[in-house]
Design a protein around this ligand. Structure first.
Ligand code: ATR
Length: 267
């Protein structure tokens, strides 16, 4: 009997009820003829997850909320861009050595390069690991950044690092933002009735980008559509960052076989 050489990969985070990473990555393995299986491992303790990456071993790990920053000191090597961003969403285990990367930045670039950003006033909602990748990308464009976060202290740290001003809820409606980017999980499955931004700040002339992909149309995007704003959902970013993760692991180009459509059927 031939022995299976199946390789194991995972998405790690807490919570993970919303995650379609196993569906997407397993479809990529089927499409590419790779003998591998991704599973979702929900755990709030990042150190025990890293032990599992080493012991199982997990060859590729997609890192999500809330571990993108806290995982960094537990890795053996971190790529220069991921270091600058200050967040890792990808861990490749090469012969027991753990390498950290950030592919969120590739997804963010793909989603945001569709619109003109020059001289735009951009509000980043949130100040976590995903916000860092958004800010890193935007800090390289000629834009004015604004930060809004539940914990203002965290927004202040990011504003110092990437530039921009911190705004409180009472200032939000005083500024005409051209672009709003939600980087928080507010509105994500199962809490689909919530929105991270008050309706009063939404305008027809705006573009609103929500990095959430489950649901595809969040409450924030529905509210934005109602005022006539342009919307960008999280699906393009999700697929682009996942393909880049597989390319880092498999060390070859992975074509996008319209994985967005497969995900739309699941959502
Ligand atoms: P990720 O790595 O996916 O970005 P994270 O680092 O945990 O995850 O960051 C999540 C962001 O969403 C944070 O800005 C967090 O706000 P705090 O800085 O106050 O923790 C924000 N966030 C998460 N849940 C939230 C909630 N229920 N209400 C408001 N903000 C929330």
């Amino acid at each position: 009997m031939s022995q299976s050489n199946i390789k194991f990969t995972a998405v790690i985070g807490f919570p993970l009820a919303h995650s379609l990473s196993p569906v997407l990555h397993n479809a990529i393995y089927a499409g590419e003829g790779v003998d591998a299986k991704m599973e979702a491992i929900e755990n709030s303790d990042v150190a025990s997850l890293v032990s599992l990456i080493r012991s199982k071993p997990l060859e590729l790990t997609a890192v999500t909320i809330p571990h993108k920053q806290t995982i960094i000191p537990l890795l053996d090597e971190v790529d220069e861009i991921a270091k600058k961003i200050g967040a890792v969403n990808t861990v490749v285990n090469r012969n027991g050595k753990l390498y950290g990367y950030n592919t969120d930045i590739i997804g963010i670039e793909k989603a945001l390069l569709r619109i003109s950003l020059t001289n735009k006033k951009i509000l980043i909602v949130g100040a976590g690991g995903a916000s860092r990748a958004v800010a890193f990308f935007l800090s390289q464009q000629a834009v004015s950044l604004y930060w809004y976060n539940r914990t203002q202290e965290k927004a202040k740290i990011l504003a110092k690092e990437f530039g921009g001003k911190v705004v409180g809820s009472s200032d939000l409606n005083k500024i005409k933002f051209d672009v709003i980017v939600n980087t928080t999980p507010i509105g994500m499955y199962p809490n689909i009735g919530e929105s991270p931004a008050p309706k009063i700040i939404l305008r027809k002339s705006q573009t609103v980008f929500d990095i959430i992909y489950n649901p595809i149309k969040t409450k924030l995007l529905k509210d934005a559509e109602l005022v006539g704003a342009q919307t960008i959902n999280g699906l393009t970013m999700f697929v682009a960052q996942a393909l880049a993760q597989e390319e880092l692991w498999l060390q070859r180009k992975i074509e996008n076989k319209n994985y967005e459509n497969l995900l739309i059927k699941q959502l």
